[in-house]
Design a protein around this ligand. Structure first.
Ligand SMILES: [Fe+2]
Length: 356
């Protein structure tokens, strides 16, 4: 029959729609899967649903540890294993060694290769069921090809993140030795960032950016003469002008790191004041990025609560008075209100006291 029946046509359209949404899902998985296990689970489910498979097995090489991980979905059950080569069956090892796909009636396998073997997939349908159709076989090949690329991107993304975290760690260590005064008490600051983030309904990535910014906000000071930073007597106008350059210098140091892009505005404006009398841009109120408004408050709190080499610590009651006094002047009044509420919590007070 030359013309497709209406039912067949609508089945075909449904099939094509599924194919397109599957390709879209692969890219969503790269950006939303936090770790490789989630990524592997997402890919397994994708194959299982798309091909109505009885079982899907995915084996991936772990780029950091040189080990392997295996994810298997069978019926509604899920198996996960991580370890050395011994976790793989003979058939799974062969799947990785073969450089070509195997397209059989009820079994499809494909090695994910992108300049190197990254892993492999095996999709099975029970022998009692119909075998895979020609369309499904072709679709399997192009989907698997796309997943090879996605896997490479995912690995690169993880590698960049790992490098970036190491870079931040060594930078803050160096900063701590060079400018002890600009070091914030990381653990307590993280706790306060989490509490503020929850109270203000910040997203996970906004909270993460604030954590990075709290570590790096004064990194630009590394490029200033240490004599100025350690000076105990009041600064001259000229010296103060140099200090005011540290947010821009800090941004210069991280501007090429893709993952730190959201941190840039927070660092650049962490010395702005709510009344517009800060630097470098003399921004006022909402012109100042939210992250910078939170960070400037936490920075001031840290200096008051823990003290600095040139300044004694201040008691909590006096800190609260000072913060109230600066509402609408140095700080965003709304954020001060939220912060004071958090400081009233017993568990927070106890946690902060544990660092004294
Ligand atoms: Fe600063």
């Amino acid at each position: 029959m030359l013309l497709m029946s209406t039912k067949n046509y609508s089945n075909h359209m449904k099939r094509y729609k599924t194919i397109f949404s599957t390709f879209h899902t692969v890219y969503r998985l790269i950006t939303t899967s936090g770790d490789v296990r989630n990524f592997a689970t997402g890919i397994c489910r994708l194959y299982k649903n798309a091909f109505g498979a009885d079982s899907v097995t995915i084996v991936l090489k772990n780029v950091n540890s040189h080990g392997f991980l295996k994810m298997r979905l069978k019926d509604r059950r899920q198996f996960f294993k991580k370890g050395g080569i011994s976790i793989l069956t003979h058939a799974e090892r062969e799947m990785l060694d073969h450089e070509k796909e195997a397209i059989l009636e009820n079994r499809l396998t494909y090695p994910f290769i992108f300049s190197d073997t990254l892993g492999a997939v095996c999709v099975r349908r029970s022998l009692n069921d119909f075998g895979f159709s020609e369309l499904e076989k072709r679709w399997f090949l192009s989907l698997s090809e796309e997943i090879s690329v996605a896997l490479r991107i995912f690995n690169l993304y993880r590698e960049e993140k790992r490098l970036m975290i190491n870079y931040i760690k060594s930078l803050t260590k160096l900063l701590d030795q060079y400018v002890p005064t600009s070091y914030l008490h990381t653990k307590s600051i993280y706790k306060l960032i989490k509490a503020i983030g929850k109270e203000m309904s910040l997203s996970e990535s906004e909270t993460k950016s604030l954590e990075y910014a709290s570590l790096l906000h004064d990194a630009g000071k590394i490029q200033l003469p240490s004599g100025i930073l350690r000076k105990q007597t009041p600064l001259t106008d000229e010296e103060y002008k140099m200090i005011m350059k540290h947010p821009r210098k800090g941004v210069e140091m991280i501007k090429d790191l893709e993952i730190l892009k959201p941190v840039i505005p927070i660092i650049l404006h962490h010395h702005e004041r709510y009344d517009g009398k800060g630097y470098p841009s003399k921004f006022k109120k909402d012109q100042i990025p939210l992250g910078s408004r939170i960070l400037s408050l936490l920075d001031a709190f840290d200096a008051m609560y823990f003290g600095r080499p040139y300044r004694k610590r201040i008691l909590m009651n006096d800190i609260e008075k000072e913060l109230r006094l600066q509402m609408g002047k140095q700080f965003d009044p709304h954020i001060v209100e939220i912060f004071l509420k958090i400081l009233k919590r017993k568990n927070i007070r106890k946690y902060l006291r544990s660092f004294l």
